[in-house]
Design a protein around this ligand. Sequence first.
Ligand code: PHE
Ligand code: ZN
Length: 883
Amino acid sequence: MLEIESPASPQTIDLKDYKIPDYYIETVDLHFELGEKQTTVRSRLAISRYSEAKAPPLVLNGEALELLSIQLDGQVLDKKDYQQNPESLTLFQVPERFTLEIETRIYPQDNTTLSGLYTSGGNFCTQCEAEGFRRITYFLDRPDVMARYTTTIVADKKKYPVLLSNGNLVAQGEEDNGHHFAKWQDPFPKPSYLFALVAGDLARIEDEFVTRSGRKVALHMYVQSHNRDKREHAMASLKRAMAWDEQVYGREYDLDIYMIVAVDDFNMGAMENKGLNIFNSKYVLAKPETATDTDYENIEGVIAHEYFHNWSGNRVTCRDWFQLSLKEGFTVFRDQQFSADQGSPAVKRIQDVNHLRTYQFREDAGPMAHPVRPESYVEVNNFYTMTVYEKGAEIVRMLYHLLGPEGFRQGTDLYFDRHDGQAVTTDDFVKALEDANALDLSQFRRWYSQAGTPELRISRAYDAEKSTYTLKIKQTCPPTPGQPHKAPLHIPLAIGLLDSQGEDLPLRLAGETTAVTGTRVLELRQEEEAFVFHDIPCEPAPSLLRSFSAPVKLYLDLRDEERYFLLAHDKDRFNRWEAGQQLAVKIILGLVKDYQQGKPLVLDSAFIETVGRILESDEPDQAFVAHILALPSEHYLAEFMAVIDPDAIHETRCFIRRSLAKALQELFAATYQALTKTGAYRRDPKEMGRRKLRNTCLGYLMELDEPDIRSQCLQQFNHADNMTDVIAALSRLVDIEGPERKIALQTFYDKWQEDSLVIDKWFTLQALSRRQDTLARVQELTHHPAFKLTNPNKVRALIGAFSQGNPARFHDPSGKGYGFLGDYVLKLDPLNPQVAARLVSAFNPWQRYDQNRQELMKAQLERIAKTPQISKDVYEIVSKNLA
Ligand code: PHE
Ligand code: ZN
C-alpha cells in the first residue's frame, strides 16, 4: 500500500468494540445566543453514571469548539480538572450523579462543512446527524444516549423573527436591545443527532392534520419568502404520508406540532429531526413552471421518508452507527411502498430497481463494498450509502415477501411496541419479525453481514413424459474487501410459469397436495438446489424473480422468443419490462463487440418490430410504456463488461437509438402528435404518463437531427406550460450542434436566473451533454457567477452530474475529466469534506477500466492521497481505492 502522510493515520471504529456508555445524560438545557460573528452556547447536563466500574473518566465529544467555562455542580472547574484535545474533553473525577454546565463559543457564519450549526441564506440552521452535535457543544454524541431537551434561543428580533427547535414552544418574549427569545421543550427523549435549531426570516404556511384518534396536529412549513408560492405540494404530500402511516402501519404522530424548514445549503436530501425536519429546498419547493414531474415525485417521497422516520428512527432509534440501516433501510422501504400506493406500483418498482442496479450494484462490486451493517469505518458520513439505504430496503422487502403482508405487519407492530423509546440493532428488528411469526430467520440474517451482489445461475428442464418442470438453482457471491468467502443466503425467489397463452400455470411442488395459482415464492437456502413442479402440461416460459423479489443478479439462458413472449404476456409487469431490458442488454452487448472489432453495426429487425408494436399498443399506463422504450443506462450496461469500454457503450447505445428513430420515425412522430395535451395542465398519474411517453418519442426523434424536428423541439421548449416538457426539450437540444442549442440555453438562463433550483437544472443538462466539448463547457461553468463551491446542490448539479452521469465524457481517454475531478475534490475538501468525499467516489470503479484509464485515475487518487491535510472523509475513500 501507498504511504499516506496525512492525516496521522485516522482511527478505524469497529462494531466489535461497541460498549454501552459509562454515563447517561437525562436532561439537556441549551441556551443559544446567536450573533452576527459568533454564537455562544450554554448547556446544562444532568448526568448519571451507569457503569459498575469505579468512576471511569467522562469523555465528552467536541469538535471546532472554543471552551469558555465548565462548572460541575456549581463549582467552576480548573484547567487541571479536565483535559482538552481537538476531539474531546475528559473529566477524570466525577460523582455518580451531577450537573455539568459548559459554555462554548462557535462560528456558524464560517461553518462551510454544513455540519453542526451553520448559516444558509442568512438564516441559522443545524445538521446533527451523524456527529454534528459535537460541533455545537461538548456531549456524549452517540445515538444510545437519549435525553430530554429544553432549548432557549436568543437572537435579534428583526433579523431572526422565527426561532425554532424540537418539541413544543413553552415560552417566548422580548429582551432589551432588540433581541427576543423562544424556549422549546421536547417531551420525548432523543439522541443528539435528532436535535435541531432554526432561526431566521422565513415565511410560514400553516395547515392541520387530525389523527385517527382525533388529535389535532399543527403543520408548519417555513421557506424563504420568495419561495412562498411553492409549498403546496410538499404540504399535501405530508398529509397523505401521515394518513398512510396510520392506515398501513398503525402509526400515529405524537407531538402537537410538526415543522418543516427548507434551506438552500444542505449536504443531503433532508433530515428527520424530532418535530422539526430540515430539508434541502430541492425536496420541498415546487410549482408546475419550475419543477418537473420527477421533482414532484421526489418531493413526495422525501417528505414521506422524513415523516416515517418519526417512528422508524426517532421513537425507535439506532444503538450505534453500524445499525444505520435499521432506520434507513426500513424507512426507504416504507417510502417506496407509500409512493407505489400513490401511482403505478410497477413503474415505481422499475424506477427503484433501475436505481439499485445502476448504482448499488456498482458500489457492491468495488473497493467501497460493505455489508448493510458495516463492521468498521473511518468516517461514518461515508456510510450513508446506496448499500445501507437501498440494499437495506431490499432486505426489508424480502422479509415482507417471506412473511406476507399480515405477518409483516404483526412483526412491525411487535417491533415498535417492544422497542419504543430504545436504541436498538438490526438484529432486534429481525428478532421482532421472527417472534411475531414463529419463524427462523437465522440464515436470513447473513444479508446484513455479507457484502456483494449474490448471483443466481438457473437451468431448467421440461420432462414431457412425466409432465414435470425442474429449476436447478446455484447461488454464489463474489468476494468483496475483507470477505473472500461467502456463505449461502436465504433468498425469496418469486416465480411464475406461463403456458402458451401467457397464463400462469398452477404450481405444485413435489410432495404437495394442492397447487398455487399465480406468483409463488420459492425459498432458496442451499448453494445448489432443485425445485420440481408437477402437472405441467407443456413447456412453460419461466418468469423468475418477479417484482425483483431479491437484490441479486440472475443468469438464465432464455431464448429470444421466450423473452419476446414474456415482454408481451407476463402478468408480472415488472418482469415484462425486465424481459425487454434483457433483450436490449443482449443486443447492445453484441453490438459493443462489433464496434470494438470495427465491424459495421446492424440492428436486429425483430427488436425494431417489437418496439414498434409497443408504441402502437393500447397499454393504458403510458409511463410504463415509456420505461419499456428506454434502453438500459450506460452505467448498467457497464456492469456486464469485464473491462468497461465507455466509448463503445455510448456509441452503440446512440446507434441503436438512432436506428430505432430512423426505422420508426413516422410512428414516433404520430405518437408524439397523438399525445398532444388537451385541456389545462394537470399533474395526475395519467397526465404524467402522457408527458413521459410523449417526451420519450421526442427524444428518439431528436436522434435524427433534422431541422424540422429541431424546430419542433424548440417549439415545445418555448411554449410548454410546465417544467417537465421544457426540460425534456432542452435536454435534447443541449446535445446538438445547431443554433437551437445556444438560443435555448440563453433563453432558459435569462428566464430563470433568479431561481437557484432551476439554474441547477441548467448546469446539469450542460454537464450531461453528449457533445465533445462538454468538459470545456463544464470548466467554464465553474466560473459562472451562479456557481458556488460552498453550495452542495451546485456542486452536485455540475461536477457530480458530469463525473457520475456522463461516463462517455468523464472517461475521456486523455484523462482530462479525471484531472478536473481531482482538482475539484482538492478545492472542495477544506470547505466541505462530506461532499468532497462523495465526489471522489466517482473513481471507485477505476479498476474496472482499461490499463490506460486505470493509470490515469490512479494518478489522481495518488495525488489526492499525497495532499497534506486531507480530510478523514476523503482519505478513507481514496485509501480504500488504493489498498
Ligand atoms: N437521515 C437523513 C435521511 O435519510 C439523511 C441525512 C444523513 C441527512 C446525514 C443529513 C445528514 O432521512
Ligand atoms: Zn432516512
